[in-house]
Design a protein around this ligand. Structure first.
Ligand SMILES: NC(=O)c1ccc[n+]([C@@H]2O[C@H](COP(=O)([O-])OP(=O)(O)OC[C@H]3O[C@@H](n4cnc5c(N)ncnc54)[C@H](O)[C@@H]3O)[C@@H](O)[C@H]2O)c1
Length: 333
């Protein structure tokens, strides 16, 4: 199978490097609107063809797979054209700018019997894989809360707010780790720019079980934090992605609630136990993602980072955007 990759900006080179190292497919074509980017691609990969014309990816009959690594507002148009031309498609996160667009793509992929996948890279990290393993084994117990902080002095995006830029990572991880389905969201945010695009935002997801999820995303922090807390009925987990090796820590920490009926008081018993630091594999997430995509085509199965996970993430982002514009009003999903 021959691959064309559209977009050789910041993220595209990582995709090119990983897809070009796979043995069961061949990276044939790299497309970008900017000649200077294509020159860099050609210097690094002399055997790969280059083009400034995106139509080459759709019209060439020797291309089987189109990978889209351009800004979010272009995803729908490129993916639609590629699917209509009978190509398998991988789209960078977030899948599309709206739920309606994502639905059209999913329907089209089914009609054309082609694979449609979204690159939610974090699902393939050894840390997230380990957290999933610990949850499945029952070490955490029932997940009660999920609290994520993804802040730094980030690149202000010209077209999407900070939630659309950063939260897809956390939302995809939550979607993967928890089977609970949220019924509503509340979000607030602020723009310190004249364009009204929020550079700081807080998102809360509400569930009918006793679970709650919260996300803090910012491009305006002096320090880089990538921390996720997963609180369970048995144990609690901390995932710190800035740690070089000890990214996941499992705390045998918890509390139990006892009430005194007569005196109408509540007593909390705290438990502070050992901390377990699991050993993580040393594999590159993007390599796992590229492998899963190609294998899903060859084996005709859904990839882990499927289009249905992709649309779930867009649903939350769209609802969060509505909530921000209405000063944090609860938006039902
Ligand atoms: N999976 C991840 O962890 C991850 C990380 C970073 C970015 N991304 C995603 O990758 C995508 C690209 O982000 P980026 O940071 O690389 O952006 P970027 O702006 O650095 O690169 C985009 C490239 O696309 C090219 N381009 C844009 N419109 C085009 C068009 N109409 N025709 C041809 N070329 C066009 C630009 O010239 C540019 O080189 C986004 O969806 C982003 O969310 C994913």
């Amino acid at each position: 199978m021959n691959i064309a990759i559209i977009g050789y900006g910041y993220w595209g080179p990582n995709l090119v490097r990983n897809f070009s190292s796979l043995s069961n497919c061949s990276l044939k074509l790299v497309i970008d609107g900017r000649q200077e980017r294509l020159k860099i691609a050609q210097n690094s990969y002399p055997t790969i063809e280059i083009s400034t014309n995106t139509d080459d990816a759709f019209k060439r009959t020797d291309i089987d797979i189109v990978v889209i690594a351009t800004p979010v507002f272009t995803h729908f148009e490129f993916a639609k054209k590629a699917l209509e031309a009978g190509k398998h498609v991988l789209i960078e996160k977030p899948m599309t700018s709206s739920v309606a667009e994502a639905e059209i793509l999913i329907e089209l992929a089914a009609k054309k019997k082609k694979k449609l996948m979204v690159d939610h890279t974090f699902l393939y990290t050894p840390a997230v894989q380990k957290m999933k393993e610990l949850i499945i084994k029952g070490d955490i117990g029932k997940v009660n809360y999920f609290d994520s902080t993804r802040i730094n002095l980030g690149l202000f995006q010209p077209d999407v707010n900070v939630l659309w830029d950063l939260a897809p990572h956390d939302l995809s991880i939550l979607n993967y780790l928890s089977d609970d389905i949220p019924y509503s969201v509340n979000a607030t945010g602020i723009s310190h720019l004249k364009n009204g695009i929020e550079n700081i935002a807080y998102l809360t997801m509400n569930y009918s079980s006793d679970m709650i999820a919260h996300f803090n995303c910012s491009w305006s922090s002096p320090v880089k934090l990538r921390t996720m807390l997963v609180g369970g009925s048995k144990k609690m987990m901390v995932y710190d992605d800035t740690e070089p090796t000890e990214k996941v820590k499992l705390y045998d920490t918890g509390y139990s609630v006892n009430s005194d009926e007569d005196r109408k008081q509540i007593y909390i018993d705290y438990r502070l136990g050992d901390i377990f630091i699991p050993k993580l594999k040393n594999t590159e997430a993007l390599s796992g993602m590229a492998n899963d995509f190609i294998s899903s085509i060859l084996e005709d199965r859904d990839p882990l980072s499927s289009a249905s996970l992709g649309i779930n993430v867009v649903k939350i982002l769209e609802a969060a955007q509505q909530s921000i514009k209405q000063n944090g009003k609860e938006i039902k999903l």
